[in-house]
Design a protein around this ligand. Structure first.
Ligand code: SF4
Length: 270
């Protein structure tokens, strides 16, 4: 949904596409984290487990999407209006979401709604501010760079061109590290936004909904992506394409292994 006519390309999601059919922030991030994990997820397409934290993140993202759409349409967008949206999403989760709740579902549900209530009470976005864009799917042709196209979905663009990304987290982020940790994702958004609008983003907001006992909201503002960051992203994409073509799926063990879905496949890999 876009507040002004922009030359956007709507693309159906295609989970069965090959790793060189298109590039995306999640593919590039996974590639940076561990090439073997990337292989299991995007080449072998092994299923990943549905954790409670992942489902909570999806439920919150869904409600925030409806909140943004309601503001875009000029409809009521308060906690009372959105509670049935949250309840419906939670109660109608697909059967394939076989989540290992371990008796924590009602607690997780209460916490998730608590995070949303806190967000609606403390959001930095005025209710009357009409978004520039909500949940837009964009593709950028990178043929001139010898690369596959780049695809992505931008959650929200605030009036004035500030790109917003919502994140849920168990703890407060290190604000000093945010620009570095999220650089790949934000640089892809910048390339897509510039393709869609012909102008540069005014900046970024990472809005973290924190799942502490007392929910918190941490908003980190970041400057527009620099030319050097764009060059870094292009070099990363070139490395990705060369690595996939060479089938270079060497593992990168580290702290991230603790939440990897493919630990047993990894141990068996040779
Ligand atoms: S367990 Fe670690 S090294 Fe193995 S695939 Fe997963 S992230 Fe990579």
């Amino acid at each position: 949904m876009i507040g002004a006519p922009l030359p956007l390309v709507a693309l159906p999601s295609d989970p069965q596409s090959g790793p060189l059919d298109y590039l995306s922030a999640s593919r590039l991030k996974c590639w940076q984290e561990c090439r073997l994990k990337f292989f299991f997820r995007y080449v072998e397409r092994l299923p990943s487990s549905a954790s409670p934290a992942l489902f909570v993140g999806k439920a919150i993202h869904h409600v925030l999407q409806q909140w943004n759409l309601a503001r875009w349409r000029g409809q009521p967008a308060d906690a009372d209006t959105l509670k049935p949206v949250f309840d419906s999403y939670w109660e109608n989760k697909p059967e394939e979401e076989d989540i290992a709740w371990e008796n924590s579902e009602s607690d997780q549900r209460e916490k998730a709604w608590g995070m949303l209530e806190h967000y609606f009470a403390h959001t930095p976005i005025p209710l009357q501010e009409k978004p520039e864009a909500v949940e837009v799917i964009v593709e950028r042709d990178l043929d001139a760079h010898g690369l596959p196209p780049l695809r992505g979905v931008i959650d929200l663009v605030r009036a004035g061109g500030c790109i917003v990304d919502f994140k849920t987290s168990a703890r407060s982020p290190d604000e000093g590290m945010a620009a570095l940790l999220h650089e790949t994702q934000l640089s892809t958004y910048a390339l897509l936004y510039r393709e869609a609008t012909g102008k540069e983003e005014s900046g970024f907001e990472l809005q973290f909904l924190i799942k502490t006992k007392q929910p918190k909201l941490v908003v980190t503002s970041l400057l527009p992506v620099s030319p050097d960051q764009v060059r870094r992203l292009l070099r990363l994409m070139e490395s990705y394409v060369a690595g996939v073509e060479a089938e270079d799926y060497i593992p990168s063990p580290g702290l991230h292994c603790s939440y990897c879905d493919y630990q047993s496949e990894c141990r068996a890999w040779h």
